[in-house]
Design a binder for this molecule. Structure first.
Ligand SMILES: [Zn+2]
Ligand SMILES: [Zn+2]
Length: 660
């Protein structure tokens, strides 16, 4: 009797055996008994016998036939993710499947989607630049085989236009395209563009904002081949594709591509492997490629395609100037030079954007009499003052409390908000520019259905003079009347201990600067700083990402940081920090001993130790060789899985971590 080996959503690194009369197809969804419950799993292997004694081997429930079996290539990607990210296959599969397909009730059949047609209609776009043509030709000639490309194009250089042409070429070959963006916010704009340029072509969306049934249907349409283009966020990388012809990862440097809980995968890196499995090209696009990607390009593993100029001849790159706040001291957050520049825009009927990557009114509420500070009880963080709603909010765990009328410690009624968030900046801008129409855009003001789209429309229609906003504004949007970007306070990021902080700051500022002057009006960027001589700011003024990236890579190599080394952390969480540290100290004693090519560091608390009531600590593992690191981790984790973690301690491995 055949044995079906089934992946289940269980934190154990193994498949579960079930006896069956006839072998189900590999990749089939099945309903199986597990303990007292019936659960949905996926058949990963068929074996002739089981190590489980016959009397304990339970029969397979039934095969769920409302969906076709998952393709072999899909299982291969899940297996790769399981091995690479050191997570049980069952958990990877459960995390990848749309929620609706983890339930047994059959998905009602729907009228068959349009069958794939060879005649792709393509609405022509703007005239292409020589650099765009060269990139498109390079990518078209790569269709039909695996090759990784970095499309490094300055803001406004027309990367999207290159994507559209490559998608067209892939569709004309009868294959499908997968397009990944870092945030849901970016999907409506790109979806609209895809629908305009590919009229009649079926496009499937894949992101967490979709209703369960819609997401499952999109998934099935992609698997059947009816959907020719799949557009989505990081989870879209797991969409099964009938005939994948090209993978595009836009804003590939964005940290949102890394999943931060459960299976901690990088959708960008899995996208590269998915393309490898499908033998098709992958395009990683960015104005500021991640250092990992840039290093791969320098080492010729990825092919570098440059778009050095803006696509519209009349839209020059903005000039970047530094405002030295030691000499030009800000009042209410804005230096006189910035106030003057905004005033000039107002006089000319142009738009300004004041960028501050900190939402809320003030980041800290404190008592000047006794030194009390409003802290989150569940996180190592201050509560942020939201003055409009008179609330204190933790931006990490969501804890909320009313703003106290008096100091809870000494009764002083004069509590002081310290520092400046977007709300406070908005207030001072409204007070200063009384006739201007000011719009604040951050995740607080943009919350709610349709709010974000309505705000974008207002900006485009010219109903706004001054925008105040966080990075939510920085990505991928064109504002033709916007000619000034003022960066209110970026210096805090220079002090961060995280070795990735300079890379992130550069990318963020470059991106927000790129919003200025994208149409015929020239753009200007003013950065307020106390450290104008800092290399990051100097590189921004010079507009020289490559020099900055090379310097960063040298620094990382000298300091022994990625991408010069591969790294992972074993992270432990407990209610008491000591318990987490004690578990890690024990775990180290269980680590493989004979490993010259992997270095293990001492357990330490994370930079922000407490999050949502859990104290967090980790052990860093580094190796010059990615494979050596993988082997080391597998061996180590197998031992840890075999033991039971102490009560109240949970642990996981994070490969290529971005949070320390
Ligand atoms: Zn007090
Ligand atoms: Zn909190």
């Amino acid at each position: 009797m055949p044995v079906a080996r089934v992946a289940l959503d269980v934190p154990l690194p193994k498949l579960f055996d079930y006896a069956c009369e006839a072998a189900p197809p590999i990749g089939a969804r099945v309903l199986v008994p597990f303990g007292a419950k019936q659960v949905v799993g996926v058949v990963c292997e068929i074996a002739r016998a089981s190590e489980v004694p016959a009397e304990r081997l339970r029969p397979l429930g039934r095969v769920l036939e409302d969906t076709p079996p998952l393709p072999a290539e899909w299982l291969e990607l899940a297996r790769f993710a399981s091995d690479y990210y050191q997570r049980p296959l069952g958990e990877v599969i459960a995390g990848a499947l749309p929620p609706r397909l983890k339930r047994a009730e059959p998905l009602r059949a729907r009228a068959a989607a349009a069958t794939p047609s060879a005649e792709t209609r393509f609405t022509p776009g703007p005239a292409l630049t020589a650099a765009q043509i060269a990139a498109i030709e390079a990518l078209q000639s790569a269709l039909g085989r695996y090759a990784a490309h970095v499309l490094y194009g300055v803001t406004g250089s027309g990367k999207t236009e290159v994507y559209l042409h490559v998608v067209r070429a892939a569709l004309e070959r009868g294959t499908q395209a997968l397009v990944l963006v870092p945030e849901i916010n970016l999907t409506p704009q790109l979806e609209r563009e895809l629908r305009e340029r590919f009229p009649g072509v079926a496009i499937a969306l894949a992101h967490s904002g979709l209703a369960d049934t819609a997401r499952a249907r999109a998934w099935l349409a992609a698997q059947a081949g009816g959907a020719r283009i799949v557009l989505g966020t990081r989870l879209a990388v797991f969409t099964p594709m009938h005939a994948l012809g090209v993978v595009i990862v836009d804003e590939e440097h964005d940290a949102s591509f890394k999943q931060q809980d459960g299976v901690r995968y990088s959708a960008r890196d899995l996208a590269v492997y998915k393309a490898h499995l499908a033998r098709c090209p992958v395009v990683l696009g960015s104005a500021t490629p991640s250092l990992e990607t840039f290093a791969n390009a320098l080492a010729d593993r990825y092919r570098l395609l440059r778009l050095p100029d803006r696509a519209r001849a009349e839209a020059a790159l903005p000039t970047v100037r530094l405002v030295d706040t030691r000499r030009d001291a800000p009042a209410d957050g804005l230096a006189p030079a910035v106030v003057e520049a905004i005033g000039a825009r107002l006089a000319r009927g142009e738009q300004s954007l004041v960028f501050l990557n900190r939402r809320g009114y003030a980041p800290v509420l404190a008592c000047s009499a006794c030194g009390w500070v409003g802290d989150c009880t569940r996180c190592s963080a201050h509560l942020v003052v939201h003055l409009g709603e008179r609330r204190l909010r933790c931006h990490h765990c969501g804890l909320e409390a009313p703003v106290p009328r008096a100091c809870p410690n000494c009764g002083n009624v004069d509590l002081t908000p310290f520092g400046r968030g977007t709300q406070r900046l908005e207030d001072s801008i409204v007070a200063r520019f009384r006739d201007a129409r000011v719009l604040r855009i951050d995740s607080d003001s943009a919350r709610g259905k349709g709010r974000w789209e309505a705000m974008l429309r207002a900006i485009r229609a010219g109903d706004v003079d001054i925008l105040v906003g966080t990075q939510i504004l920085a990505k991928g949007h064109d504002f033709p009347r916007l000619t000034l970007v003022a960066v209110a306070n970026a210096d805090a990021a220079l002090m961060a201990a995280d070795y990735r902080a300079p890379e992130r700051l550069f990318a963020q500022l470059q991106q927000v600067a790129g919003r200025a002057g994208r149409a015929e009006l020239p753009g200007e960027v003013l950065i307020q700083t106390r450290y104008p001589e800092h290399p990051i700011y100097q590189a921004l003024v010079a507009g020289d990402y490559e020099r900055f990236a090379r310097a960063q890579l040298e620094e990382r190599a000298a300091a022994g940081f990625p991408p010069a080394v591969a790294e992972a952390v074993l992270r432990a969480e407990a209610r008491e920090l000591d318990a987490a540290l004690a578990f890690l100290a024990h775990a180290i004693t269980r680590a493989p001993t004979a490993a010259d090519d992997a270095a293990l560091f001492d357990p330490v608390a994370m930079t922000m130790p407490r999050l949502a009531g859990w104290e967090r600590a980790h052990v860093l593992v580094q190796s010059r060789s990615r494979r050596a690191l993988q082997n080391y981790l597998s061996e180590w984790i197998e031992t840890l899985y075999a033991e039971r973690a102490p009560r109240g301690v949970r642990w996981h491995v994070d490969v290529d971590p971005v949070e320390f």
